[in-house]
Design a protein around this ligand. Structure first.
Ligand SMILES: Cc1cc2nc3c(=O)[nH]c(=O)nc-3n(C[C@H](O)[C@H](O)[C@H](O)COP(=O)(O)OP(=O)(O)OC[C@H]3O[C@@H](n4cnc5c(N)ncnc54)[C@H](O)[C@@H]3O)c2cc1C
Ligand code: FES
Length: 327
């Protein structure tokens, strides 16, 4: 049997043709991941020893990362026993991934092209998840798309999603033209590892573009419910093109929260203009004392990572969920 050994000595078996990420999950071990399709790069790891083979193209790895021995655990299987430089995420491994039936409880347009969908699962089976995670929604003919959960767990178990209309998108066609209250769907989750991490750092910087605000809202609800959030400052930057893209106002009076909306295509706008990552740099935040959670477009996430790390943020304190396309 081929073994995969992690940097913290946790190990698990990997079957032939089984992706390392899936093999870990099969053993109740969660490795850092988001898209599971090779597109976001969150699951990258360095192979310290042993051999692996790619089962699908690792599109998000750069030439230099490949040369440094990086692989994507969502794309590769082990062909000998291997040692990786990454650790597992402990407690997240206790959450069981389930496929559940659910019904649309409520549909609420937030803008012309963003819809809030509230889902209810059967009363006896609520989905266990941590704020920041996402679900795959499974529609007609097995069509499957990923959406972040926009609320922290509630007593009634309901889940809200904020769904952007993608022009000519197959699932968008369903959400924006066909979906109605009480429709029966299926969801698989919880998925992804975007979630608050334990840290002694004193500032949180939250970056979102578009519906990337959904998991950030869930993280803020979690922080607000915590008796002592443990941070001296939380900076939220939310980017959109025009004013209508800023469809939600954070209201968390018990949090030391500073909210900045940043618009890229509104010359008349009197507030901040440009891109969220540049607004952070302009504000001269103390980046070595910060942890960043970024969610939304791939372009923002790559640029924010590179530009903030260049200005003193530790790469280990940058967590992201890129809303990449499913196909
Ligand atoms: C982990 C994760 C969480 C996500 N959470 C959310 C969420 O909370 N809210 C939300 O609105 N979206 C979210 N997304 C993105 C969402 O899954 C896709 O936008 C969705 O798959 C579009 O589905 P569709 O069937 O309408 O379009 P498709 O039929 O899949 O696509 C139609 C066309 O648009 C392109 N396209 C599709 N999606 C994107 C995209 N995101 N960026 C650029 N081009 C795209 C496709 O390549 C294709 O050419 C998330 C994605 C991931 C990976
Ligand atoms: S590239 Fe592997 S999880 Fe996104």
């Amino acid at each position: 049997m081929l073994k995969v050994m992690l940097a913290n000595q946790i190990h698990f078996d990997c079957q032939p043709e089984q992706r390392i990420l899936e093999a870990a999950r099969h053993h109740g071990i969660i490795l850092e991941h988001s898209c599971r399709t090779g597109r976001c790069g969150v699951c990258k790891a360095v192979v310290v020893s042993g051999e692996t083979t790619a089962l699908q193209p690792e599109v998000s790895l750069t030439e230099s990362q490949l040369a440094e021995g990086y692989i994507l655990t969502c794309c590769r299987t082990a062909t000998t026993s291997v040692q990786l430089d990454i650790e597992d995420l402990g407690a997240l491994g206790k959450l069981q991934v389930k496929t559940l039936p659910c019904r649309i409880d409520h549909l609420q347009p937030l803008t012309d092209d963003v819809l809030e969908v509230t889902l209810r699962t059967p009363p006896a089976i609520h989905l266990g998840y941590v704020p920041g995670q996402y679900v795959d929604m499974i529609g007609k003919d097995g069509l499957r798309r990923s959406y972040s959960i926009a609320n922290a767990p509630r007593n009634d178990g309901k889940l809200t999603l904020q769904i952007r209309k993608v022009p000519d998108g197959e699932m968008s066609q369903y959400w924006f033209s066909e979906a109605k209250t009480n429709d029966l769907l299926r969801l698989e989750g919880p998925l992804g590892t975007f979630s608050l991490r334990k840290t002694n750092l004193k500032q949180i910087i939250l970056l979102a573009t578009g519906t990337g605000i959904a998991p950030i809202k869930s993280l803020l609800e979690q922080l607000s419910a915590a008796a002592r959030p443990g941070f001296s400052r939380i900076h939220l930057y939310w980017g959109g093109r025009t004013e209508q893209d800023i469809y939600w106002q954070p209201k968390f009076p018990n949090l030391p929260l500073e909210f900045t909306s940043v618009l890229s295509r509104s010359p008349e706008w009197s507030g901040r203009k440009g891109y969220v990552q540049h607004a952070v740099l302009e504000d001269r935040l103390n980046l070595p004392d910060a942890v960043v959670y970024a969610c939304g477009s791939e372009a923002m996430i790559h640029s924010a990572h590179d530009e903030l790390v260049a200005e003193g943020l530790s790469g280990k304190n940058f967590f992201s969920d890129a809303f990449v396309s499913s196909n």
